[in-house]
Design a protein around this ligand. Structure first.
Ligand code: GLC
Length: 554
């Protein structure tokens, strides 16, 4: 089918269903709640929704452990509720994409239950290995979430591979039957009217033959043998040929540890297998590769990531733009300032929303939600955080220090319920107790308050998205970073013919003297967006804390 690349004109909103809105009053977010908020998402200017997994799941990894790919969990209202939301979204001109998690399943999936009993044809659906002599594990790989990557199964009397949680066994993608299943799942949802997929850790699906040992690595040992594995492109090509290319759909691959040159193998517009990628470099400006390896925030590192992806993909492939999702702490707490919450929240929006690509906004980002910091580690729900807290340096660091570490790095920092109002439970649920703690700042930071305030973060997002949609230069213009060396200012322009956009962002509290780059006369530009006033001194200005301005020149 002809691919129209409709996603290039859209702005997506990510829903992490458990914490978005509870429609039936049981304390957990659900699709009835989503249905009630479709107009809210639409009014924000978003015309696409990415749903984190809605499928039946025991919930070990909050839905990323799927026990049935062809249904919707009754927790969220089941298939009927999903159809209603899908129709409601389509009626409003919005697209809907699903999370597709096929690197692994839940251990409760029927395939795994049969595989561990060697019931055909499921025997080789997973990656099973016998115990090595001397009781050793099949190899020295680590899992991302829970210790070693191998788990002994008493039923089958073999080890199975799990690159994530123990209860998330990896599928054996080398088995053609497993690939048939993946294509069946894709067709099922596309036939139902879904508009595409966000493909979870898709670069991990092909493991190196023989599953060799890895050298020493402080964490995720083994990754070089399964990230961008030997047959990943072949399998993705097969999915595209037999399923995806028959629909005008949008595919995003999640890709840890990928640089732009490598990404082009997956997403170049000539013969790539996916439309775009979730890269992690823009999430590494205050850490080394993973959120737990914390470093001080560096605006230069962030700008370097932005520049590389903008420059290297230009004219060749399409970027996916984001600063938040359900896997990282809130961005204001990381790259901005909680003291200047609204100002830095707006600045961060301007820093990414005018780049080239399809932007994604994670629920709560548009009102400037910040990190949640529990008093006790037992309040954490996330499997990765719990493991980390209990095991990493537990013998040398105090409980308090490890708790603080989690405050900084845990995914749960960004998974608390959406703050809809100042009412009980932030208006998220009518139940006495929500499934998860609510950030105490909800009385000040909530949608209802920001609907009323003309200068709120929410209104800023609305304006920014509207500008993005209106100006072709944002979609198609070329990108230039004008102050690559600055550690405090991020100044980028977009140019399309005689139309130009200039975005100025300060990443610091202290005043910085900004002078317009050569060829830009600020007095003759239209100031479209700002988080403070508009005064100029000469052809520039001195920044206020986390100031941003967006000028348009025609
Ligand atoms: C991806 C998801 C994350 C999940 C993991 C395992 O990184 O975004 O939430 O835990 O894959 O499925």
């Amino acid at each position: 089918m002809e691919q129209t690349h409709w996603y290039k004109d859209r702005v997506f909103y990510q829903i992490w269903p458990r914490s978005f809105c509870d429609g039936n009053g049981d304390g957990v977010g659900d699709l009835l709640g989503v249905y009630e908020k479709l107009d809210y998402i639409h009014d924000l200017g978003c015309d696409g929704i990415w749903f984190s997994p809605l499928y039946p799941s025991p919930g070990v990894d909050c839905g990323y452990d799927i026990s049935n790919y062809l249904d919707i969990d009754s927790l969220y209202g089941g298939m009927e509720a999903f159809r209603k939301v899908l129709d409601g979204a389509h009626e409003r001109g919005m697209k809907v994409i699903m999370d597709l998690v096929v690197n692994h399943t839940s251990d409760e999936h029927e395939w795994f239950q049969k595989s561990r009993r060697r019931i055909e044809p499921y025997t080789d659906y997973y990656i099973w290995r016998p115990q090595r002599l001397g009781g050793k594990l099949p190899n020295n790989w680590d899992s991302v979430f829970e210790g070693k990557a191998w788990q002994w199964d008493e039923v089958r009397k073999e080890y199975y591979l799990h690159l994530f949680a123990i209860r998330q066994p990896d599928l054996n993608m080398d088995n053609p039957l497993v690939r048939q299943e993946v294509k069946r799942i894709m067709r099922f949802w596309l036939e139902l009217g879904v508009d595409g997929f966000r493909e979870d850790v898709i670069t991990f699906i092909s493991k190196r033959d023989g599953l060799p040992n890895d050298y020493f690595m402080p964490t995720v040992r083994g990754i070089k043998h399964y990230n961008h594995g030997p047959r990943v492109h072949q399998y993705l090509e097969e999915f595209k040929r037999d399923a995806l290319s028959r629909y005008d759909c949008f595919t995003i691959g999640e890709a840890p540890l990928v640089a732009p040159a490598k990404a082009l193998d997956y997403i170049n517009e000539k013969d790539g297998q996916l439309n775009t990628m979730i890269q992690f470099q823009c999430m590494n400006a205050d850490c080394f590769l993973v959120d737990y390896a914390v470093l001080p925030f560096s605006a230069r590192r962030l700008k370097r990531a932005f520049d590389q992806w903008q420059e290297k993909l230009q004219g060749k492939a399409w970027n996916m733009l984001y600063l938040e999702n359900h896997d990282h702490p809130r961005v204001i707490s990381r790259y901005g300032s909680e003291k200047y919450r609204a100002e830095s929240g707006k600045m961060l929006a301007a820093a990414y929303l005018f780049q080239q690509g399809t932007p994604f906004i994670y629920q709560g980002q548009e009102i400037g939600m910040v990190n949640w910091r529990p008093k006790h580690a037992s309040e954490y729900e996330d499997v990765q955080t719990r493991w980390h807290y209990e095991n990493w340096f537990a013998d040398v660091l105090s409980d308090e220090t490890r708790l603080k570490w989690c405050h900084r790095a845990s995914r749960d920092s960004a998974r608390t319920p959406m703050q809809w109002s100042a009412e009980k439970n932030a208006g998220f649920t009518t139940a006495d107790k929500p499934w998860f703690s609510i950030n105490e700042n909800y009385r000040e930071v909530n949608v209802a308050a920001q609907e009323k305030g003309p200068d709120s973060v929410l209104q800023f997002y609305r304006k920014a998205i509207a500008i993005r949609k209106r100006l072709r230069v944002v979609r198609d213009g070329t990108y230039v970073d004008h102050q690559k060396l600055s550690g405090s200012l991020f100044v980028y322009s977009r140019t399309l013919g005689s139309e130009r956009l200039l975005v100025v962002c300060s990443f610091v509290e202290r005043p910085v003297r900004f002078r317009a780059p050569r060829g830009f006369d600020l007095a003759h530009g239209e100031l479209l967006l700002k988080n403070y006033g508009s005064e100029l001194s000469g052809n520039g200005f001195t920044t206020k804390p986390y100031e941003c301005r967006v000028y348009h020149f025609t």
